[in-house]
Design a protein around this ligand. Structure first.
Ligand code: NAP
Length: 245
């Protein structure tokens, strides 16, 4: 049976690790061709090797507009279009009030807000009719974390941007939604919280555990596919109830 993303062309920023990598695997299993991006070329090569021949790796930093131009030029040359865009690349280098540094604030805003905005804007000429644009937010958009306050604010800004973008879904002919994961077992989270990640999840997530990236990928597949053909402007929290606790 053909997969639900058969013949679809997907671009996944930050597709070399964690949630983005799991989404790439899931989409390929449903028949998609995927372009994955990241800044580190070794990680990029490893991800492409792991995902297989349906994957193409493009080195691109989403906060550098020339990199995004080069990314979409490559997608245009090799595939001619984008059916599914997953703006996933994000960073959580952060602190709480009193401990912020200019470098952390600049990096978080440059990658999470500016990078996501231009990832979507620069894709516009390539988006097909009925394309699905998926912005990866965070449960911290609705339940901010005091040690991740600029990150939380940056994800709330994405909620706001998607709200606006979705208003013109009819003229623009694409759907755009947020997928907002809760704490998920990825290198980013484990790097930030370390061995305390499981205890943190037990104490704060109603389902009592971290998400596996593959569970977030299932929610991404729903929003990317025609099963969500009447869903635009939504924020889907795949968060084990974290925002309800
Ligand atoms: P991860 O394992 O660290 O993966 C991040 C990916 O993004 C990597 O492929 C990384 O590759 C890439 N990346 C980072 N900065 C980039 C940039 N400037 N340009 C292009 N690519 C960049 O992180 P993750 O936990 O899967 O996070 C993925 C997304 O989910 C993020 O938007 C994050 O905020 C969101 N999220 C995560 C959690 C969680 O608990 N893990 C919860 C809610 C939301 P390079 O480093 O090689 O560039």
């Amino acid at each position: 049976m053909p997969g639900v993303l058969q013949e679809k062309v997907a671009v996944i920023t930050g597709g070399t690790s964690g949630i983005g990598l799991a989404v790439a695997h899931r989409f390929v299993r449903e028949g998609a061709r995927v372009f994955v991006t990241g800044r580190d070329t070794d990680r990029l090569e490893a991800a492409v090797w792991e995902i297989g021949p349906a994957a193409t790796g493009v080195r691109a930093d989403v906060s550098v507009l020339a990199d995004l131009d080069a990314l979409y030029e490559r997608v245009r040359e090799e595939a001619g279009r984008v059916d599914v865009l997953v703006a996933n690349a994000g960073v959580a280098a952060d602190a709480s009030l009193g401990a912020h540094t200019e470098a952390n604030v600049d990096l978080t805003l440059a990658v999470n807000i500016k990078g996501t905005l231009f990832t979507v804007q620069k894709a516009l000429p390539l988006l097909t009719e009925n394309a699905s644009v998926l912005v990866i937010g965070s449960s911290n958009s609705a339940r901010p974390n005091e040690n991740l306050e600029v990150y939380s604010a940056s994800k709330a800004a994405l909620t706001n941007l998607v709200h606006n973008w979705a208003r013109r879904s009819r003229e623009r002919r694409f759907r755009v939604n947020l997928l907002s994961p809760g704490p998920t077992r990825t290198p980013a989270l484990l790097g930030a919280v370390g061995a305390g990640a499981d205890r943190f999840a037990e104490a704060t997530v109603p389902l009592g555990r971290l998400a596996d990236p593959a569970e977030i990928a299932e929610a991404a597949l729903f929003l990317a596919s025609d099963a969500a053909s009447f869903v635009t402007g939504a924020e889907l929290f795949a968060d084990g109830g974290y925002t309800r606790a």
